[in-house]
Design a protein around this ligand. Structure first.
Ligand code: ZN
Length: 147
């Protein structure tokens, strides 16, 4: 797969629409268009890698730094009881889009998480509202200090 045929590469280059939460030189975070719960976010490397197995360790660290910050912001924004962080590698593992992506999914006490295929695509206006609120919460987590 080359980067023009990859939907996540197109989103990273702003050639396909996305509801963005965060971006820097290496990492982007945007909402899943088929959210399992409201606030379901994907964190991806800007550069095309199919799975985490090909990614340099330094980039893995940068990705998960963003994952943690986004998870905090999503949890606050959605008032979720918990957060799932999941990541599939390869078709056999259930990976549908072959560009590494890490899911951050709000979870609620007693709620069964729907499966992919059970939920409809969200409308862009709603996704943009949700993204704007998560971005507000993210501001507080971008400059955390280690004491
Ligand atoms: Zn890609």
């Amino acid at each position: 797969m080359n980067s023009d045929s990859c939907v996540f590469c197109r989103i990273c280059r702003k050639r396909a629409s996305g509801s963005f939460i965060y971006e820097d030189a290496n990492v982007l975070a945007f909402l899943d268009t088929i959210p399992l719960n409201e606030g379901h976010t994907l964190i991806v490397p800007r550069k095309h890698y199919e799975t985490i197995l090909e990614v340099p360790e330094e980039l893995v660290a940068l990705l998960y730094k963003v994952v943690k910050r986004v998870a905090l912001a999503v949890k606050e924004s959605t008032k979720a009881d918990g957060i799932s962080i999941t990541q599939q590698n390869g078709k056999a593992a259930g990976q549908e889009i072959p560009h590494l992506h890490i899911h951050v999914i709000p979870r609620y006490d007693g709620q069964r998480l729907p499966r992919f295929g059970e939920v409809p695509e969200a409308n862009r206006e709603k996704l943009n509202q949700v993204a704007a609120d998560i971005r507000l919460h993210l501001q507080g987590h971008l400059t955390g200090k280690i004491i």
